[in-house]
Design a protein around this ligand. Sequence first.
Ligand code: URA
Length: 204
Amino acid sequence: MDALRSRAQSCTKCPHLASTRKSVVVGVGDPAARLMFVGEAPGAEEDRRGEPFVGAAGELLTKILGAMNLSRDQVFIANVLKCRPDTPGQPTGNRKPTPEEMATCLPWLEEQIRIVQPEVLVALGATAVEGLLGKTVGIMKLRGHWQTYQGVPVMPTFHPAFVLRSETPAVKRQVWEDMLAVMERLSLPISERQRGFFLPRAVG
Ligand code: URA
């Protein structure tokens, strides 16, 4: 992974992204992790710090991992795109990676998956699903349903940024059910308390 990291640092396959990025955000965590998370692309904070999922969405991902009794260094976290999508003429904001950018960057992620050899992949949001599986079926339909990437089970779930925007208990529970399925697949211990997270409380 270290060798890949240093090769990726000098990638200029997307000249427009190479000239606007502050960092190439390769990935973080255990390169021999059993569980690997794949997101969309670095945002401003990730670009600044050179680490995926360290902004607001990242804080939520870290909390989700905590609820699973996992830490960021026990899993591997990467994105489909390693560079922040540029937003010419706009000082702030994010944009979705284009299909061309995703196709150009995908070999890095593919190589990372070959190195990590995770037992389970989690695709965070529609763009991660599109980049990883080439599927443009809506995330609303796909989430919670196991997919396969080169023989590795993939659980599509909502992107933490979507969870933050929607803030509804039902969406939180859906993501949590997806994580329970992941934990079951990995035979991780699950307490009764964990099973009940984000369930509506019985009244009376
Ligand atoms: N959103 C992503 O998809 N990836 C990040 O690294 C940060 C936010």
